[in-house]
Design a protein. Structure first.
Length: 291
């Protein structure tokens, strides 16, 4: 066998040997704990209390397989098939982007703004895994949440995540650029729209990390270089029609194009526009109110 002893510590030493250089020791330690807890269905407490546990050969082979996938730059979240977002568990697969900590901050801003709105009606456009809309549904009692995406696979993933987190939401496969987009939706009926749409120009593809470009869905990442705010323009145009007066529109954005997005919001009659920074101090989010 590739480890001398089938113990928790021996297997960690193997992991450390294989992954040092690609990951920090802290990252390796955290990934190992997650892998063992995932494999053995342990809680964090059980992991701490069972350090003398001996592992089966199949357990060892499972971890070795995960190591080989990590060395091929496959995202850890896809390997274990899940991640945590806003204190909730979400399933992950290649049909949608991996939920990221920066997007948790977007959810927090929406929650703060919607705090005094009773049973708000909210749409999460380009929902992907559903992490934004499902988190809002979990935190806002009585909210009516609609999740939309062009990808059938993403909607299936979002549906499974809603079931996992025990929330009731609506799902729609929706092409923003179709002439039939949003047909059947009630005009001036939404309190809030929120979206983390594709916003990375293809020209920046070569500068991105391999674990992102090689595995996460390009349809959710990239936009044409000629008009990188195309999704924002389309969403803003429709939001003007379907948001209530004083309803809110929230975006995660590429800060390089914030001025252009603000200009388009103002052109369409949005007011109280505000750029918001993430915890690293980088402009990452934007909100505006329908006048």
């Amino acid at each position: 066998m590739f480890v001398q002893q089938n113990t928790i510590q021996a297997l960690f030493d193997y992991l450390k040997t294989k992954l040092t250089g690609a990951f920090s020791e802290n990252e390796i330690r955290n990934m190992y704990k997650i892998l063992i807890c995932f494999r053995l269905k342990w809680t964090d407490s059980e992991y701490l209390l069972n350090q003398d546990q001996r592992l089966s050969e199949s357990d060892l082979l499972f971890v070795r397989s995960c190591v080989n996938r990590l060395l091929k730059n496959e995202p850890f979240q896809y390997i274990v098939g899940e991640t945590e977002f806003f204190g909730l568990k979400f399933k992950c697969n290649s049909n949608a982007l991996i939920p990221r900590p920066e997007t948790e901050e977007l959810v927090a801003h929406v929650l703060k703004t919607m705090a005094h709105v009773e049973s708000p009606k909210i749409a999460d456009l380009c929902t992907g895994s559903g992490c934004i809309g499902i988190s809002l549904a979990k935190k806002i009692g009585g909210a009516k949440i609609v999740l939309t995406d062009i990808s059938e696979g993403a909607i299936e993933l979002a549906e499974s995540n809603a079931i996992l987190n025990e929330v009731k939401v609506e799902y729609l496969i929706e092409d923003l650029f179709s002439s039939s987009a949003f047909k059947g939706w009630e005009i001036n009926s939404f309190d809030c729209w929120v979206s983390n749409p594709p916003y990375i120009p293809f020209i920046e593809k070569s500068e991105m990390e391999e674990n992102v470009v090689g595995y996460e869905p390009h349809i959710a990442l990239f936009v044409e270089d000629a008009n990188p705010i195309l999704f924002y323009q389309e969403i803003i145009t429709h939001a003007k029609l379907y948001l209530k007066k004083n309803g809110w529109l929230f975006f995660e954005i590429n800060p390089e194009f914030s001025a252009e997005i603000i200009w388009y919001l103002e052109k369409n009659g949005f007011v109280n526009i505000e750029l918001m920074k993430d915890l690293q101090g980088r402009i990452r989010m934007l909100k505006g109110q329908n006048a």
